[in-house]
Design a protein around this ligand. Structure first.
Ligand code: ZN
Ligand code: ZN
Length: 418
């Protein structure tokens, strides 16, 4: 519409809209009576349909971008932005600039123009030319601000998705490109929104300005999964502060983010990498509650730091009640984390859970005779962790010969060194 304005020398598209008989209440919203516009442009009916923001029925509440179904709130609408360098090259404003998450041009590595510096007003759809403000200022002359690399990379994925072009596959900033590329535009937008909104909440900002979310989402996606884990750490700390004195389960502490990112809406296949990283963070770092086994769904707890008794029992091949007793007696390296109900404990430390191993088992007296120390001392050493249990023999309480030998070797090494 701005191009038609420019080509015909009108002041703004308001002239064209009135000529077409389109309601003058259209202010860059998403519903435009296309039929009227096509008529005055001498286009055949439906010719503009491919670039329309709505499905053919004007009643449809869904938004569209080049035929891709997206949420209406993700359309820039009456908050236009533009990369003057792109317009100079292309002669038009490409559809990716219709996304509210587009703030910078990955091609020209510059910030987009949102506002005219001459008159100070936000850019308007009702301007005379693509690169001319309503005040007459030339938008080409505005200084561009540099943009951080990881933000540019996220912008490049968004733009490519919007334009249905091939996405960049390499990331210098560690973005999970393959996973982002496999997403639909709709899922990608909701992921960016979910990550960005969480950061704003952590910062105590209740605002819902989509433009503010992009940089934060790029932070969370960079150096995958480290950026995301940093966001989760911060979110967990904020949840703890809000709920002082109560122990939160993993699901409760991160419920909002988890639901927003992976549960409500997006096809589960597209966001499985987010879910996996989410749950693995819980297993590695969340010490205030357990990760419910229902969240695991195919995610291995092997080698992860914190897990529930039921996971441990499964790994050891024993009943949960047995595993719980072992934990209580200090025979496996678990600590209580749910103080209120004493129901769950986690593995404290990056240990590999001992497994039943082949080999000889020794009773208390045989074992202490082997090492030449009293039974009580040996038992105390095992509880304190100085005697490492890495193999489980016939019974859990027995001492495995491999553990006895390695303990003996360690003692001898200390003596020799001394
Ligand atoms: Zn550009
Ligand atoms: Zn101006």
């Amino acid at each position: 519409m701005i191009r038609v304005t420019e080509a015909n020398g009108y002041e703004s598209m308001a002239d064209i809209l009135s000529m077409a008989g389109v309601s003058n209440r259209w202010r860059g919203g998403w519903k435009l009576e296309l039929g009227h516009v096509e008529k005055i442009l001498n286009f055949s009916p439906g010719q503009l349909r491919a670039i329309s923001y709505t499905k053919s029925s004007a009643q449809s509440a869904k938004g569209l971008l080049l035929g891709q179904d997206i949420s209406r709130m993700h359309l820039a609408g009456a908050r236009p932005r533009v990369c003057p360098d792109c317009v100079k090259e292309l002669g038009y404003i490409s559809a990716n600039w219709d996304l509210r998450f587009m703030l910078a041009c990955p091609r020209h590595r510059r910030s987009a123009v949102f506002r005219c510096l001459e008159c100070g007003k936000p850019l308007s759809l009702y301007r005379p030319k693509l690169l001319e403000c309503s005040c007459g200022a030339d938008l080409r002359n505005l200084p561009a601000e540099p943009v951080e690399e990881h933000v540019l990379e996220l912008q490049a994925v968004l733009a490519a998705k919007a334009l249905k072009q091939e996405c960049p596959f390499e990331s210098a900033c560690g973005l999970p490109m393959a996973d982002l590329v496999a997403m639909s535009l709709r899922t990608l937008l909701s992921t960016v929104a979910g990550l960005g909104a969480q950061k704003l909440e952590n910062l105590g900002m209740g605002v819902n300005v989509l433009e503010l979310m992009v940089g934060h989402a790029a932070d969370a996606l960079s150096q995958w999964p480290e950026g995301f884990r940093a966001l989760l750490r911060e979110t967990g700390a904020a949840a703890n502060q809000r709920n002082q004195n109560t122990t939160l389960s993993f699901r409760k502490a991160f419920g909002g983010l988890y639901d927003g990112l992976v549960k409500r809406g997006p096809p589960s296949k597209e966001v499985e990498f987010l879910r996996k990283t989410f749950v693995e963070f819980g297993l590695d770092e969340w010490t205030d509650g357990y990760v419910d086994h229902r969240l695991l769904r195919g995610i291995s707890t092997d080698g992860r730091r914190f897990q529930s008794i039921s996971h441990l029992a499964k790994d050891l091949g024993v009943m949960p009640s047995t595993a719980r007793r072992w934990a209580r007696e200090g025979l496996v390296p678990m600590t209580e984390i749910d103080h209120a109900t004493r129901r769950y404990v986690g593995v404290a430390g990056p240990v590999s859970v001992p497994r039943r191993a082949n080999g000889k088992s020794f009773g208390d007296r045989e074992a202490s005779a082997f090492l030449g120390i009293p039974v009580s001392v040996l038992k105390a050493l095992r509880v304190s962790g100085h005697f490492e249990v890495r193999h489980i023999g016939k019974t859990l309480k027995s001492f495995h010969e491999a553990d006895l030998r390695s303990f003996n070797d360690r003692c001898l090494a200390v003596v020799t060194a001394a």
